[in-house]
Design a protein around this ligand. Structure first.
Ligand code: B3K
Ligand code: ZN
Length: 883
């Protein structure tokens, strides 16, 4: 797969493009085995560049001919390598005509132009356009595109590209054509085409400014009954962006197309978003509440990119978080606003915190740690990470915390006023936020340049005589690859104080009275002290409310203080957090006790707190469900200097079993109290009830008797929606009753074998069950429905096992790691992007017990030694192995 030897690219080496492109005309003669692409590019020399040579990128394509201003170039007039085409000493104005040939049916990397289920699709971000034609394939080259598509009419009745359809017709020979024009300048990564046999749900929709636009959701024929929610989410997204940010749809037509073979979630191509079917298709029979929420978020995300990403794009790929962090923040706010209630908002926030701790904090502490704006990379596709996306969104959120919602809107307005139709940098966004609000965000830049999760330590002192509460905050940040030392960050720490009655105390900080019961302290130095005045009693501090910064907060809370917060904190995020702290302290003790061979026990205090919360009907079901979930095995592992996955698993299982036994009557009561009879609706209230009810079911099935098994079986048999059916199946799989589990799995497969996304669930549930060992995974790979070629399917089985089944993946004999190495190598030959994701499963290998480490190192070395490894996988494994 590798074309040249791997090369590190540095942000500091950025140079402006030597030529700018005004217009691009593309002609496609589509054929799976031999597609011919004719491209006409009008270019002019960029005065900002000292170079006179035209630098084009091109990979895995055959060059037929290149003409410059009408004259065919001889091979001596240009330089062609495996990845570039250079024309030296070009005149000021250039018209290039380039013809290339490609074989989409052989393109298993799913980057560039490829075939999925006999249809054509493209994926060009980050560098897929160069697999279609030779072009300056970099985001700071923005041009206007006209696209002519020609294909067999019977096989590919639908021909789509970006922008507006300006002409279509028959070619006479069984082929037809369609011509599309995109009125906006765009970088090549936003180009897209679809040539396929598809059908659509469509609707005319009125925008706030009175214009009517055409909205379409395109799917394969059998899936037309699964497009309603995507369409509804699209309309909600359009409205929301008008209302919250004053941003309107700038096209007459907006299309979403679903494809079954796709490397990630979806892609924001201008006017023609291409989606993984997972984020489009839903009806109650096949999709869970989580799937519905995912569709809303991803439809929103891609739509919001139309402004944050497309109208204003990135100067270079080091600026990726400029569009991704901002757009994730926007989709998070959208989802929260769609629920509309304060607890609903908090529930989405808690989910975000969980994702950060589960995936981003480990990344930031491992060999692939990188700043939100990286300084270097080998393969850009490896940098579509939780750091760029989720930590990037946290960085954007901190602006809003610091300047308020209105100030944030002013900053956004200024950003668009300054940079519409430009390719810019993270610094430009920061400058807009600072200038619009008259703030100094110089130090804030460190959130973009320094990797690692900062640690904030808090210490406090109450002076009863002076009625002061003194809070001292200090910060540090661990070393990360290439960054041994860090400078202090600008950290917003939102704080409240609870009195003995559980109510918030009013706040006067450093002489200033706060308007609300929370105050945003700005920690900018290594250590800072804040004095709260007129504090009439010793308070319990509620620190980092709403998770106001992506940091680890350390404070020496007593159990009594945590229980107080868990019962009373007016900030639901910190209320949840107090419960997590109580649980984590116990899980760590239990893990150590298990490793030392001691008998395990759990205190009543914790159980009683859980009992009270479970039965507290004044709280949303969704919140109670989250507060009852114990920290995951991965999150526990992150707290330990040396990881013993088996001890962690045993400790967590013990805790689950103890809670399940102690709270059995309450669990059963909540199960029945949270049934959702009647027609299925994915709204947050109903989804929250189902979540709590299904959590109760899962607990009841930890060590079930006959009645509990019957309850799960009954839910499985009679469920009217996939959320309940899948939850019952998972509960049966984890119940220890092998016969019941196997029978249910067989029924489930029989009922849903025609629904690819449900078959993915079927594989994933088995892969993540602690009863599934490597041999069982290998056995599942021989199932006729399994294929490594489809990324969703590979993820459902292989990734779910490697990342979601720690106690089986990390067996003492290292067989899990050997399996991992095999699969990384096999996947790499097909699809390097997906292979490199799997390669990341070994990131934290140095933290495991020595015997496991040894097996892991060998597995990593085995992959690294493979000939012709892609740059993608090579970068990941070599970073893991290096010191
Ligand atoms: N921008 C795309 C991701 C492209 C990934 C390329 N490896 C989807 C998104 O973030 O919306
Ligand atoms: Zn995105």
């Amino acid at each position: 797969m590798r074309t040249d030897s791997p090369q590190t690219i540095y942000r500091k080496d950025y140079t402006p493009p030597s030529f700018l492109v005004d217009s691009v005309e593309l002609g496609f003669d589509l054929d799976p085995a031999r597609t011919i692409v004719a491209s006409r590019i009008r270019m002019r020399h960029n005065p900002a560049s000292s170079s006179r040579s035209i630098e084009l990128h091109g990979e895995h394509i055959e060059l037929v001919q290149v003409r410059l201003n009408g004259k065919v170039l001889k091979p001596s007039q240009y330089k062609l390598t495996a990845s570039t085409l250079t024309i030296p000493k070009a005149p000021d104005e250039v018209e290039l005509d380039i013809e290339t040939i490609l074989a989409p049916q052989d393109n298993t990397s799913l980057s560039g132009l490829y075939v999925s289920n006999h249809n054509f699709f493209t994926q060009c971000e980050a560098e897929g356009f160069r697999r279609i034609t030779f072009f300056p394939d970099r985001p700071d080259v923005m041009a206007r595109y006209t696209v002519m598509l020609r294909a067999d009419k019977a096989k590919y009745p639908v021909l789509l590209s970006n922008g507006n359809l300006i002409e279509e017709g028959d070619l006479g020979d069984g082929r037809h054509y369609a011509k599309w024009e995109d009125p906006f300048k765009k970088p090549s990564y936003l180009f897209a085409l679809v040539a396929a046999k598809l059908v659509c749900q469509e609707e005319h929709f009125k925008l706030a400014d009175g214009r009517t636009v055409l909205l379409q959701v395109w799917v394969e024929e059998g899936n037309l009954d699964k497009t309603d929610y995507a369409m509804q989410s699209l309309k909600n997204s359009i409205r929301w962006d008008e209302e919250r940010f004053g941003l309107e749809l700038d096209l007459d037509r907006f299309m979403i197309v679903a494809v079954g073979d796709f490397n990630m979630g979806a892609m924001e191509n201008k006017g023609l978003n291409i989606f993984n079917t997972k984020y489009v298709l839903a009806n109650p029979r096949v999709a869970t509440d989580v799937d519905y929420a995912g569709i809303e978020a991803v439809v929103g995300h891609e739509y919001f990119h139309n402004w944050t990403g497309n109208r204003v794009t990135c100067r270079d790929w080091f600026q990726l978080s400029l569009k991704e962090g901002l757009t994730v923040f926007r989709d998070q706010e959208f989802s929260a606003d769609m629920i509309g209630t304060d607890t609903g908002r908090a529930v989405t926030r808690i989910d975000q915190v969980r994702t950060l701790r589960q995936a981003q904090f480990p990344e930031d502490a491992g060999p692939m740690a990188h700043p939100v704006r990286p300084d270097s990379f080998v393969e850009i596709n490896n940098f579509y990470t939780v750091t760029i996306y989720e930590k990037g969104a946290e960085v954007v959120r901190m602006y809003q915390t610091l300047v308020g919602r209105e100030g944030f809107r002013k900053g956004m307005d200024l950003y668009f006023a300054r940079h519409d139709e430009q390719a810019v940098q993270c610094d430009d966004f920061r400058a807009a936020m600072a200038d619009a609000n008259d703030r100094d965000f110089q130090q804030f830049e460190r959130w973009y340049s320094q990797a690692g999760t900062p640690v904030v330590k808090a210490a406090s002192q109450y002076d009863a005589a002076a009625q002061t509460f003194t809070l001292t905050l200090s910060q540090s940040c661990p070393a990360t690859p290439g960054q041994p030392q860090k400078l202090p960050f600008h950290i917003p720490v939102t704080v409240g104080l609870l009195g003995a009655d559980g109510c918030d105390l009013s706040l006067i900080v450093d002489g200033v009275a706060a308007e609300t019961n929370s105050v945003v302290l700005e920690l900018t130095q290594a250590e800072q002290t804040f004095v709260f005045a007129q504090v009439k009693e010793a308070p319990v501090p509620s620190l980092l409310r709403d998770f106001s910064a992506p940091v680890v907060l350390q404070y020496d809370y007593s159990d009594a203080q945590l229980l107080h917060l868990f019962r009373h904190d007016s900030d639901p995020v910190n209320r949840w957090e107090a419960g997590q702290r109580l649980a984590m302290a116990r899980l760590l003790k239990l893990t150590a006790a298990h490793a030392a061979g001691e008998t395990l026990s759990l205190d009543d205090t914790f159980i009683e707190a859980q009992r009270a919360l479970l039965a507290d009907d004044t709280l949303d079901a969704a919140f109670r469900e989250l507060a009852l979930i114990l920290p995951s095995e991965t999150i526990i592992a992150e707290q330990l200097a040396q990881v013993d996955p088996h001890a962690i698993h045993a400790a967590r299982q013990f805790m689950r079993r103890t809670i399940a036994e102690a709270l059995k009557p309450e669990l059963l009561a909540q199960y029945h109290a949270n049934l959702t009879p009647g027609d299925y609706s994915p709204d947050a209230l109903s989804a929250g009830k189902r979540a709590l009810k299904n959590l109760a079911l899962a607990y009841l099935l930890v060590a079930p008797g006959k009645e509990e098994l019957a309850l799960a079986q009954q839910q499985f048999d009679s469920a009217g929606n996939m959320t309940d059916r899948a939850a019952a199946l998972v509960a049966l799989i984890h119940s220890g009753d092998e016969a019941a589990a196997q029978a249910a799995l067989a029924d489930f497969y029989r009922d849903f074998s025609g629904e690819a996304l449900v078959v993915d669930k079927w594989f994933a549930m088995q892969a993540a069950a602690p009863t599934t060992d490597v041999a069982a995974v290998r056995q599942l790979m021989t199932h006729p429905a399994f294929t490594l070629k489809n990324p969703n399917r590979a993820r459902s089985l292989i990734f779910s096992f490697a990342n979601g089944n720690p106690s089986q993946f990390h067996t003492q004999d290292g067989s899990g790691y050997a399996f991992w190495a095999e699969q990384v190598i096999a996947l790499d030959a097909l699809n390097p992007q997906v292979a490199a994701r799997l390669a990341r499963s070994m990131d934290r290998w140095r933290r495991y017990a020595p015997a496991l480490q040894e097996h892991m190192r060998r597995a990593l070395e085995r992959v690294a030694a493979k000939k012709n490894l892609s740059n993608d996988v090579m970068e990941v494994v070599s970073k893991a192995l290096s010191n």
